[in-house]
Ligand binder design. Structure first.
Ligand SMILES: [Mg+2]
Length: 262
């Protein structure tokens, strides 16, 4: 009889553990989804007349944007990167391209808040996409991100990069000779090693639905358009690049994988 009683107690305890585990997992999943799709607004404070006057005498600067692990993350059929966790849920869009006569599907996930980010910065800067990926892939992804808004019409691809020591770097003077008016947002310090004074580092994004890196940059980018030479401000980031050059192995592998477009 006591043994039978213990069995019942054990089953009741197991049931409650399973029940609370289920509730906890469900709530955590819902919270992530809520964070991912919540509507976030960047308070757009109207400019003072003196600021409008100042902008009038400054040329519109160029913001160069990387794609992979900066604005999006993707993987394709039969290939998965060695990362701890893949994005959950369906991709934001699928890109179908032909590489070496093989049809390949890319499953593309947009970094949280990327649409809002592009909408905001396109009002402040001329946007240019510069990716070390192949044109056929980079162009298709950019078309989807642009979504007929004509914000991302200027594009540079792998053929515009410089190949050094097995990795691609992006020479911004290919886009604009005046380096005081151009800067790049890129997750890979190797990509901008030839112009570190013109770079804003950003953490590589793979799957985190709670990521807010793009939103966090908006106040800084809002202010940067008022300076005469971006290097006078961005030079203060130099110590960040040096640290990342040592630790950023993800970025390096992103750029040297053969056959991949990334
Ligand atoms: Mg990248």
């Amino acid at each position: 009889m006591p043994f039978y009683f213990l069995m019942i107690i054990q089953r009741i305890v197991k049931f409650f553990i399973s029940f609370w585990t289920f509730i906890f997992v469900t709530i955590r999943g819902s919270r992530k989804k809520l964070i991912q799709f919540q509507s976030v607004k960047y308070y757009n404070c109207p400019l003072q007349p003196i600021s409008i006057h100042r902008l009038h005498f400054l040329p519109k600067k160029i913001l160069v944007l990387d794609l992979d692990e900066t604005l999006i993350h993707s993987h394709h059929d039969g290939f998965s990167r060695n990362i701890a966790t893949k994005p959950s849920g369906p991709p934001d869009f699928i890109v179908r391209v032909e590489i070496e006569r093989h049809p390949v599907r890319f499953f593309v996930y947009k970094r949280p808040h990327v649409d809002y980010f592009l909408e905001a910065v396109s009002k402040w800067y001329e946007l240019v996409i510069f990716t070390a990926s192949m044109e056929i892939y980079g162009s298709a992804v950019t078309d989807k991100l642009d979504n007929n808004r004509n914000m991302l019409s200027r594009r540079y691809f792998r053929q515009h990069c410089t190949l050094e020591y097995g990795a691609y770097s992006k020479d911004l003077s290919v886009i604009n000779k005046d380096l005081s008016q151009i800067f790049i947002l890129d997750n890979s310090p190797i990509a901008y090693r030839c112009c570190p004074l013109n770079a804003i580092p950003i953490k590589s994004w793979f799957f985190d639905p709670t990521d807010t890196c793009l939103l966090s940059l908006l106040p800084f980018l809002d202010a940067l358009r008022f300076c005469h030479d971006v290097r006078s401000v961005l030079a203060m980031n130099l110590h960040l690049h040096q640290n990342q050059m040592i630790t950023s192995t993800n970025s390096l592998t992103t750029q040297v994988i053969p056959f991949s477009t990334q």
